[in-house]
Design a protein around this ligand. Sequence first.
Ligand code: GDP
Length: 313
Amino acid sequence: MSKNIRNIAIIAHVDHGKTTLVDNLFKQSGTVRENQRVEERAMDSGDLERERGITILAKCTSVMWGDTRINIVDTPGHADFGGEVERILSMVDGVVLLVDAAEGPMPQTKFVTMKALALGLKPIVVVNKVDKPDGDPDAATDAVFDLFVNLDANEYQLDFPILYASGRDGWCDDTLDGPRENLHPLFEKVLEHVPAPKVVTDGNADKPFSMLVSMLDRDNFLGRILTGRIETGRAKVGDAIHALSRDSKVIEVGRISKLLSFRGLERTPVEEAEAGDIVAIAGLQTATVADTIAVPEVKEALHSIPVDPPTLA
Ligand code: GDP
């Protein structure tokens, strides 16, 4: 059931501890064995990916918490050209903003944060590395608040949930003097504050399959891979599909030859996937980002996502 899916993006400046935190989230959720080699880490496994000819592993991962699958999408830690940030953020219903307690939010993450706020997403703020002797979690929190004000955050967004964490030591808590036990409070905050994919609550689950392409990758074995969140209906291997440009022209027809779901560190082939889930689809040769992939009875492209270079306010 898609009610048991949460889609989030992580926003973090390089070195603020994203990889370490996600590693420990995997371990504590049982997704990864304690002794799994660090080289196999999800968010930072560039070399391993190149070796395998896989390029999209790092951008999407998922972690199970109880019976809920949390899809975690990485965001570029900087301004982008061509709307990549918007396309990525359009797949999620919440963001986790990870901030080093000693450094506070960095200018490079401002762009992505601005886009997240503009899309109405309420960040869960994780002030990380609070174990550092030179950390000043209160100052970091204030700096995040000021940044949000500067970026025109609304009241709802300024009321952001906050967690203090040491991703390295594998704990986080609501308060600085709380029990420093585990990262469970982060899972709980995600379930509490990030809604299930809207596409599902809007009753789109039973409509014909459609998906907006957010990411494009190549795989040595599978060829072109289109990743996105299923907007309506179900995707099934073998189903006839076509790709629509943003002005609803049919640009390609084909079939879903392979459907991949993100499970932990792996992309797992699945037979079927439902509205709200983030999946990767192989089978089309020319479809690209911002195109709509759908069963042929769908004639209208989904709402377009910007593809032009955005301007930083
Ligand atoms: P990323 O670039 O955001 O993925 O950051 P990494 O997870 O690779 O961490 C960057 C550096 O910060 C590494 O040297 C980590 O060991 C260190 N680090 C990560 N988390 C913590 C933490 O909670 N506390 C401290 N003191 N160091 C951390």
